[in-house]
Design a protein around this ligand. Sequence first.
Ligand SMILES: [Zn+2]
Ligand SMILES: [Zn+2]
Length: 344
Amino acid sequence: MRTFTYIEKGRFDFLDKPKPTVIDKGDAVVKVTLASICTSDLHIKHGSVPRAVPGITVGHEMVGVVVEVGSAVTEVKAGDRVCVNVETFCGECFFCKRGFVNNCTDKDGGWALGCRIDGGQAEYVRVPHANCTLKKIPDTVTDRQALFVGDLLATGFWAAKISDICEDDTVLIIGAGPTGLCIMLSVMLKKPRRIIMCEKDSERIKFVNLHYPDVLTVTPDMAVDFVLKNTPHGGADVVIEAAGGESTFRLAWECARPNATVTVVALYDSAQILPLPDMYGKNLTFKTGGVDGCDCEEILSLIKDGKLDTLPLITHTYPLSEIDLAYELFESKRDGVIKIAVEC
Ligand SMILES: [Zn+2]
Ligand SMILES: [Zn+2]
């Protein structure tokens, strides 16, 4: 079958591999119908994910149809349309039992698909721990509507969940790329008083203004003043940093009011400075890390009920045979690209 594979640092390419089969009794094999490209795929390509194994098929954001299950799989069966979670997790270890599935201690736990084991930019994918990792897509929800449930939307939902948002709050989100936009959609569910998106790319600001006119937008150079002007207590009540730029971590805590929560979802290419003397007395709460993607069922039901809609984020569609061109577009950020659906 056709796969898109991490050959070596700086190079992904097409590679023919045998169709995967069930290896462990908890596995399922899924015929991928729709996949997507994530910024984390680019991090692998650029060599900034040291645990990524050369030779693996990339891709960890996909939906498909179950074609085969192991003897221990009870939650899904052949023929079920499913979304695949970015994190395969056992559901039984110390961390899984507390919902911290990103740190599942199983050998296939955490972000394994498309990183340490073959992922889903391919015709088929083997999914370990299928009982926890696959969620059935409701009949009334299309593949395109469900495409981001297991990764991007899970990340946005998790970021909003851990950020202690109240109805009276002003929430500042730094970065209006795919992750920032999914955070924004999830923050909207918490009904804060105001959402401000900070973004340097004028196309992306235009995108926010067009689709979400109630959301305020600002560029990074104007952000500190703008946030001060639009908040009653000297800064945002909650800041969620999803940009991972050179100075966006600093911007995040600078724009926060005293006693705010600052949630850092971004993955940085270099170390950041936490200048504790400068922020002494500001009494901030920092939350950091990668998604605990275990809310997919709730997310799917929000989509089904019309409360979450990521369809506007799919700006382009490519066949798997042209995924190399899709990567080129995604990486260049040309042509107003936000997310690309890849038909497998
Ligand atoms: Zn991802
Ligand atoms: Zn676990």
